[in-house]
Design a protein around this ligand. Structure first.
Ligand code: 2IT
Length: 445
């Protein structure tokens, strides 16, 4: 390992003790971009990399609300406004009990490069809370969202910082958050994306992360002279992203044989299609965060406390959460002849798993490239809101196709070697250079 990288990381760790997920995300980028950084005197003199790992602004606040029993509940709210070199801060809100500053910083950091890759004018940000909808009533969720927005509203705006969904934040939560913002500001603006279709949302936004990921996989496969039709897929998770991925794979003739939740893995060898895909939405709406009822409903196998990666598939698409696929899982996939891995969750694979894929020359694309379709269509929602107009499904889907194609081209431009496409290097370097140049141009701000 290059001593300069070790020194750089020591500096980051000393300034941000205990933020393990953030250190992991920074390390992955720094290793990829170091050569480019080191060779560029202007970047170094301006200390661009040191500046990039420091969020422009971090807001942490208390969120008080009352539960249905009238008791006081206390949560912590966050918005990390990471980088505004390319546009207003843009990124989702995550509501989950596991949320910490470290997790939101890793997500906001990644978001900056991901948004850079989309070709759209968006900076990077992320926010959320340690609030979990599990076991909560609809009115409790509404009261929480209203209280959260009662503080957040003063920090955001359609030209300043635009939030969206992430784990635990879907159409329902966006509705409550938007309603409260509108009420406080007396203003109907595109301050959030992922809105309902009748009140400023974009067609295809709910599907965009999953559809975009599958379009990306089509390009990866095309490089190998293959296509989706007839291949089997291992998917983890069962939320919005997994739903979009599964829907599109079915449309293209592939077969998805697994989904998973915090409780374990469902194995459905005949394929998750038709009414079974719709059932995922029912599962999600139940607020229980378990996948086992799928197995009981459709009479298939359920493996408690097991991840999907031991099951033989042609393509693996982790769609759940960070660090859900480790080196041992990577080894199992390889043993079973997996053709490629497309990370759909943010930082879904551990560094060791990624290094294993790279060393084995198994095509591996990181989340910031594969899942960028979600935020890209959020960017298109912002454009439509600014115009006070909506595009058709076909128009949005065409733009999404185009964006995913461009991201794939960019990854190849920066990551192609004679016998392998290093998508990790490709996406990190491409994302980095654009943000770095914009930061240089804008001076010391
Ligand atoms: O991780 C992500 O890119 C998202 N959760 C979507 C962010 C957005 O602003 O649509």
């Amino acid at each position: 390992m290059n001593v300069d990288i070790v020194q750089f990381m020591d500096g980051v760790k000393a300034r941000t003790p205990g933020e393990d997920e953030f250190h992991q995300a920074v390390f992955e980028v720094v290793v990829s971009v170091w050569d480019v950084y080191d060779a560029n005197v202007r970047y170094k003199r301006a200390r661009i990399l040191e500046r990039m790992v420091e969020p422009e602004r971090t807001i942490i606040f208390r969120v008080l609300w009352t539960n249905d029993k009238g008791e006081v509940e206390i949560n912590r709210g966050y918005r990390v406004e990471f980088n505004s070199a390319l546009g207003p801060y843009k990124g989702g809100l995550r509501f989950h009990k596991s949320v910490t500053l470290s997790i939101l910083k890793f997500l906001g950091f990644e978001q900056t490069f991901k948004n850079s890759l989309t070709t759209l004018p968006m900076g990077g940000g992320k926010g959320g809370s340690d609030f979990s909808a599990k076991g909560k009533s609809d009115s409790e969720i509404m009261r929480f969202c209203q209280s959260f927005m009662t503080e957040l509203y003063r920090h955001i705006g359609p030209n300043t910082d635009v939030s969206a969904g992430d784990i635990g934040v879907g159409g329902r939560e966006i509705g409550y958050l938007f309603g409260q913002y509108k009420r406080i500001k007396n203003e109907f603006t595109g301050v959030l994306t992922g809105k309902g279709l009748s009140w400023g949302g974009s067609l295809i936004r709910p599907e965009a992360t999953g559809f975009g990921a599958v379009y990306f996989v089509q390009h990866m496969l095309a490089e190998m002279g293959k296509q989706i039709n007839g291949l089997t897929f291992g998917v983890s998770g069962f939320g919005n992203v997994a739903w979009g991925v599964i829907t599109k794979i079915n449309e293209l003739g592939g077969r998805v044989v697994t989904i998973s939740g915090p409780d374990g893995t469902v194995y459905d060898p005949s394929g998750i299609s038709g009414e079974k895909v719709d059932y995922l939405l029912t599962l999600r709406e139940s607020n229980n965060d378990v996948v086992a009822p799928y197995a009981a409903t459709f009479g298939v196998d359920f493996y408690p406390n097991v991840k999907p990666w031991e099951i033989k598939v042609d393509i693996a698409m982790p769609c759940a959460t960070q660090n859900e696929l480790d080196e041992i899982d990577a080894f199992h996939l390889k043993q079973n002849g997996c053709l490629l891995v497309a990370e759909v969750s943010n930082m879904g694979c551990t560094l060791d798993a990624i290094n294993f894929f790279l060393s084995q020359k198994i095509p591996f694309a990181p989340g910031k490239a594969v899942n960028a379709g979600g935020v890209a269509v959020s960017g298109l929602e912002m454009s439509q809101n600014s115009m006070r107009y909506s595009w058709t499904k076909e128009e949005v889907d065409k733009k999404l196709h185009q964006i995913m194609h461009e991201i794939h081209q960019t990854c190849m431009q920066y990551g192609r070697t004679s016998d392998y496409i290093n998508y990790v290097k490709g996406s990190n370097v491409a994302g980095f250079v654009k943000v770095a140049d914009a930061m240089l141009a804008q001076g010391l701000v």
